[in-house]
Design a protein. Structure first.
Length: 229
């Protein structure tokens, strides 16, 4: 059980990082499973599985129907009548669907800007708050996680049954890259690291435009500015 609690704590901490943008929340009631609250249209990135091409680092290519599972953080594909998750990710270079290109580095990154400064986003539902039952039927916020009975459901998504109410939220984390295989969190420090010779101009833009590093719009505008330097 201690191991289970540690894993959940790691999920909780990673989902409230400083470079995450958060969408609407869903409260999961105690004694119920997370995935019961998410129909396919909300669980997946696309309303339907899309035809796409998977390319491995050794240049081998294959095609299938793909969809990104926002609950499990896994890319799934159709094989016969089965829905499976990609298992050997270390060999993965990219997955290209009709709408998007995905790359993998510990997690799936969807490219949202090409060019001199590439921008990527990772989206996933995360536990962002726990609500412990208090006196007289009240609820209290709680960062400390006591005990959970959960199972990682292979190839589909994870189930989690909580003893307390929990708040689930779709979290977007942004990354940047100027070369294949190197992805950094999109923040001021890393932009200046990648473009050190343009530091003064970048600092001036960030200051004069009051860039919010949790805003997709602000980040894309900053990427446009940096790419034109």
């Amino acid at each position: 059980m201690k191991r289970f609690v540690s894993i959940i704590c790691m999920i909780f901490i990673s989902c409230i990082s400083s470079f995450a943008q958060q969408d609407g929340t869903v409260t999961i009631k105690a004694g119920t499973n997370i995935r019961d609250y998410f129909p396919p249209l909300e669980k997946y990135l696309y309303p339907n599985f899309e035809k796409g091409k998977i390319t491995l680092k050794d240049k081998r290519v294959n095609t299938s129907l793909f969809n990104y599972n926002l609950l499990s953080g896994e890319m799934e594909f159709i094989q016969g009548k089965d829905t499976l998750a990609i298992k050997v990710k270390d060999d993965l270079y990219s997955i290209v669907t009709a709408h998007d290109s995905f790359f993998y580095t510990d997690t799936y990154l969807r490219q949202i800007r090409d060019g001199k400064l590439k921008v990527f986003v990772n989206q996933q539902y995360c536990i962002v708050n726990l609500l412990k039952q208090g006196a007289m039927g009240t609820t209290n916020n709680s960062v400390a996680i006591d005990s959970y009975d959960y199972v990682i459901a292979k190839r589909i998504s994870y189930n989690l049954k909580a003893e307390e109410d929990m708040v689930i939220q779709k979290v977007s984390k942004y990354f940047i890259s100027i070369s294949d295989g190197e992805y950094l969190p999109f923040n001021k420090k890393n932009v200046l690291k990648l473009f050190s010779k343009k530091g003064d101009a970048i600092k001036g833009y960030i200051k004069s435009n009051t860039v919010d590093f949790n805003s997709k719009e602000d980040l894309l505008k900053l990427a446009d500015f940096v790419s034109e330097l």
